[in-house]
Design a protein around this ligand. Structure first.
Ligand code: VG1
Ligand code: CO
Length: 544
């Protein structure tokens, strides 16, 4: 085969967001679009003489096509070794594990996570570093700069490789290994958890499970993990086949999009644990019978019971949460006397803290939970962690939650998303809020009086890098908090996220409905930000 250098025009819009470059499929189908971005990454990476790159994706439309192109570009650039997931199927946490296990220099993950897939849907590409974590901002900015001035890329004129079975190819100076991307991950989970105990738990009906893979990447993983390895019945899985269009659904594991699972968990014959994961397998939703566990609470409960997890039998060094995540975990950390870090939104900010052994557990309100076993959030790990805790405590999830709140109090929590806002309106809203932070103090909205407000800024304690403008925080005199930020993962217009948190001490009503309890705070929040005046919106599109 021939290797050619193709002259190309640089694109100006390849700036990665919270989690990689995400665009409509049609954008990625433009001639040279994907090639340019991959070449830009390799140009930046080549300074470190990379030996091995891991490639895989969430199985969505364009996944296989993109992988074939990446192989051809890597071969043309003389990357010595590629490890490619069989059938292109590699969840985000499994990719992180592969990078670490095989000491790869980088990973390329094809995914737009929970965004809808298919020809009219979204596609995405994300780079991870040698530690298995999403590339830090310094690296993604360098790739973006490179992409803006790129004038050519190299590509090998290859026939498509057969990715359907484990095989090895030698193509010029590149060795390509096609391997099952599920097996290693399942084996790793067997190392981290006590499968014998979980298996017994299933057999004795102490635990039972309904897991919704939402037609996305965790389907094949869930089969091997829950059914083959842990002996759960096949009926424990819903939508467990990975489809290119995710079955036309929106694989975002929350109360709105996982409606089938929620209905099943509200039924009288509901299993002990209900769970779901997203498009690329890094998010998780945890439910008990008639009990929703908010992601912020999930993190707090995992910390409360961390010693039941084999990984943390000997204790835990520290934890972290993203800034908009509720402060539930902070209270548990304080009771344990361990550090709790507050980072900007996005898993990349946990990487340094994990590497530096400052933390071993972390999470985000957006259904993300993980530990130091990989450098991505990990949906199935979180499900196994919950199963382990429920099995050990032998109590319904609802009781575990109640006992947690009786001890630590409860952060009633809701997030309002206003989607598809005009960019200009969203920018104006954020800049008015930013200007407002200095004047908000002592103003009252309904029963809420503002105590302080700021624009969140983060200085990484490990490398000293500073990330500015990471959202606006407003604190009220009664201990409630509102956070505003614009999404960095959308592909159409802007999405305004309004995060609401209202604390209830153990003496008060702990069993309220989070939406109802936060309604008046939500009214104050939209009033403060002048949401309806500036965006014309009166109601959010999604409440989670
Ligand atoms: C969202 C979430 C954020 C998460 C990110 C990637 O980002 O809020 O917490 O890390 O998605 O998750 P944003 O910028 O839209 O708020 V995933 O599962 O899409 O890789
Ligand atoms: Co995801």
């Amino acid at each position: 085969f021939e290797v050619v250098e193709v002259a190309t025009q640089a694109f100006t819009d390849q700036k990665p967001g919270t989690s990689g470059l995400r665009k409509k499929v049609q954008v990625f189908q433009q001639a040279h679009y994907l090639e340019n971005f991959v070449q830009s990454f390799l140009n930046v990476l080549q300074k470190n003489d990379p030996q091995l790159i891991v490639v895989g994706g969430d199985g969505r439309y364009l996944n296989l096509e993109a992988i074939q192109k990446i192989i051809a570009i890597a071969v043309a650039n003389d990357v010595p070794q590629l490890l490619i997931a069989r059938d292109g199927i590699l969840s985000t946490p499994a990719a992180s594990h592969w990078i670490r296990k095989y000491q790869a220099d980088a990973g390329i993950i094809l995914s737009a996570s929970h965004n809808p897939a298919g020809e009219q849907g979204d596609f995405g590409i994300k780079f991870n570093g040698a530690n298995g974590a999403p590339a830090p901002e310094s690296l993604t900015s360098e790739v973006f700069e490179e992409s803006k001035s790129l004038s050519s890329y190299k590509i090998a004129k290859l026939d498509n490789l057969d990715l359907t079975s484990d095989k090895d190819f030698v193509l010029n100076n590149t060795r390509v290994a096609i391997r099952d991307g599920v097996e290693d991950y399942v084996l790793y989970m067997a190392d981290l958890f006590n499968f014998t105990q979980l298996d017994q738990g299933f057999k004795s009906n102490k635990i039972s499970l309904l897991f919704d893979a939402m037609n996305a990447v965790t389907g094949p993983y869930a089969h091997r993990l829950f059914v083959d390895a842990l002996g759960a019945p096949a009926s424990a899985l819903l939508n467990a086949e990975a489809k290119v269009d995710f079955g036309g659904g929106h694989p975002d594991p929350n109360l709105v999009h996982a409606a089938d699972l929620v209905a099943a968990m509200n039924a009288d014959d509901a299993p002990v644990v209900g769970a779901a994961s997203d498009g690329d397998g890094d998010r998780n939703l945890i439910l008990g019978k008639q009990q929703f566990v908010s992601p912020s609470d999930s993190l707090a409960v995992l910390l409360e019971h961390h010693r039941l997890l084999p990984q943390f039998e000997e204790g835990i060094l520290g934890v972290a949460r993203s800034m908009p995540t509720s402060t539930a975990v902070d209270r548990v950390a304080a009771s344990l006397g361990i550090d709790c870090y507050e980072t900007p939104t996005g898993w990349k900010f946990f990487g340094n803290l994990l590497d530096d052994k400052r933390i071993q557990l972390c999470g985000e309100e957006s259904f993300g939970t993980g530990s130091d076993h990989v450098r991505e959030k990990d949906g199935l790990w979180a499900v196994l962690a919950w199963l382990t805790i429920v099995n050990a405590l032998n109590k319904p999830v609802a009781q575990i939650m109640l006992e947690h709140w009786q001890r630590f109090g409860r952060s009633y929590y809701c997030r309002y998303d206003f989607e598809g806002i005009e960019n200009a309106a969203a920018d104006q809203l954020m800049s008015e809020l930013t200007a407002g932070v200095t004047t908000f103090k002592d103003q009252s909205f309904g029963n809420y009086i503002i105590q302080s407000a700021d624009v969140f800024e983060y200085e990484d304690p490990v490398d000293g890098s500073v990330s500015k403008n990471q959202g606006i925080r407003i604190f009220f005199t009664d201990g409630s908090r509102v956070v505003y930020r614009l999404s960095g993962t959308g592909t159409q217009g802007a999405t305004l996220r309004v995060y609401l948190e209202q604390y209830q001490s153990p003496e008060g009503d702990l069993l309220g409905d989070a939406r109802e309890v936060t309604t008046t705070l939500a009214q104050a929040a939209v009033e403060i930000a002048k949401v309806s005046t500036l965006t014309g919106r009166t109601e959010p599109d999604v409440i989670t």
